[in-house]
Write a protein that binds this ligand. Sequence first.
Ligand code: FES
Length: 140
Amino acid sequence: MVEEQDYEQVLMEYSQNVLEHFLNPRNVGRIEAPDAAAKVGDPGCGDYIELFLRMEGNKIAEIKYLVFGCAGAISTSSALTELAKGKSVAEALEITDDDVIDYLGGIPERKKHCSLLGVKALHSAIKAYQQKMKFVQKTS
Ligand code: FES
């Protein structure tokens, strides 16, 4: 059983920004008929994300996600969507897990891998979108 003192100790490891995104995650949900989507899981810990994009031309007009995971996965996925919204395809592909961690003002070392979940899903969704656009151009 977790004692109250242990709980406070755990909370103190996280920056205010991480806790804020954990408690009030942005852009949570699903986009019906998205332009692209991706599912990524981390077999090491069992965390899982589904990410959806609505595009306007070359830009991310809307980004949403559903995540099953730890505080690190929830807060970094939330931060990632804030970073990616409005970005072009090329700009979004350049977003790294370090960008997400910097945006949040740091994350405990043992939680750094959590930030990869959303970044991998974003890159995977964008690549799926690029493939779809290539196919559309070829067939039109
Ligand atoms: Fe697995 Fe955080 S512990 S993503």
